[in-house]
Design a protein around this ligand. Structure first.
Ligand SMILES: O=C(O)[C@H](O)[C@@H](O)[C@H](O)[C@H](O)CO
Ligand SMILES: [Zn+2]
Length: 299
């Protein structure tokens, strides 16, 4: 019987922490603070954090096979060189939608960088609807658009056999699945695999574990939930001491730890007093299940 432990390992006070990614080579957790326009790298051994500020909201970060990182900044897919803090634009989307920005993104098992867009929020989850689209950046830097009419493009991951793509449009309150063709990057046959219950609130970031089960961070729900996408059942709920949990990933030794990001924006002063760790980085140990390594962008 494993005993679950939850601790805030970094009191970063993120306005909206997102996109946690484990970098094995540096024993570090990468993440972003979207409205603060920051990409952060926390070294789990030294406990030191480095930050790079960019010129627009940065909504996701991912590893790059050839070194450095890629990130979604505003409506641009970019490379990020950590040493000199330089950002190079690879592609721009939603050129006709000036109020849009990218939101969550992740690299597929073939090295394509998937990310979706949304209209900028006036308050958390308050925005012009149906403005977003889902895209991927291929290793040759061309962009494929999958569909539009997205409200808040959010969590994404792939099944362990790479035949299913899981996706969350937050305001649908659903975790969806598509058939996935890894060779071509095509998706088809959209269906819902889980509908959130009322107290689970808004589905946000997501990751898969080494048993093929999905972990979803529930924004305003203060929890991560483990789902079986085959049966559509919730298997486990892990509550955190903060309400605005935004995303999760596995990391640490053998990917046996889970890291969770969260937000402070949208909290009133009373809730901030009750939840002083809001915006911090949380580590969950003792889950008894491991994750898998993130895929690096191949371009
Ligand atoms: O991090 C994100 O995915 C969005 O950018 C955030 O603003 C919130 O999480 C969202 O409002 C909740 O649905
Ligand atoms: Zn999100």
């Amino acid at each position: 019987m494993s005993s679950i432990k939850i601790e805030c390992v970094l009191p970063e006070n993120c306005r909206c922490g997102e996109s946690p990614v484990w970098e094995e080579s540096s024993n570090s957790l990468l993440f972003v603070d979207i409205p603060a326009k920051k990409v952060c790298r926390w070294n789990s051994l030294t406990k030191q954090v480095q930050r790079v500020t960019v010129d627009a909201p940065v909504s996701s970060v991912a590893l790059r096979q050839s070194g450095g990182y890629v990130a979604t900044v505003g409506t641009k897919f970019c490379t990020l060189n950590w040493e000199d803090q330089s950002v190079v634009v690879l592609a721009t989307v939603d050129k006709d939608k000036k109020n849009n920005r990218f939101n969550d993104g992740k690299v597929d098992p073939a090295g394509r960088y998937f990310a979706g867009t949304m209209a900028e929020e006036t308050a958390p989850a308050v925005l012009e609807r149906h403005q977003g689209s889902l895209y991927s950046l291929f290793p040759d830097h061309h962009v494929k658009k999958y569909f539009d009419q997205v409200d808040i493009s959010n969590g994404l991951d792939w099944s362990l056999d790479h035949k299913i793509f899981y996706y969350i449009d937050s305001l649908s309150y659903s975790v969806d699945a598509f058939d996935y063709n890894l060779q071509t990057g095509q998706i088809s046959n959209r269906r819902s695999v889980y509908k959130l219950e009322k107290d689970e609130q808004i589905p946000d970031g997501m990751c898969i574990d080494a048993e093929g089960k999905l972990w979803v961070a529930c924004y305003n729900g203060g929890r991560v939930i483990r789902l079986d996408p085959e049966t559509g059942k919730r298997l486990q709920t892990v509550k955190l001491p903060v309400d605005k949990t935004t995303s999760c990933c596995f990391g640490g030794k053998d990917y046996s730890e889970m890291y969770v990001t969260c937000a402070r924006d949208g909290m009133d002063s009373e809730s901030l007093l009750r939840q002083p760790e809001a915006g911090g980085i949380f580590k969950i140990t003792g889950l008894g299940v491991k994750g898998i390594a993130p895929y690096p962008y191949a371009g």
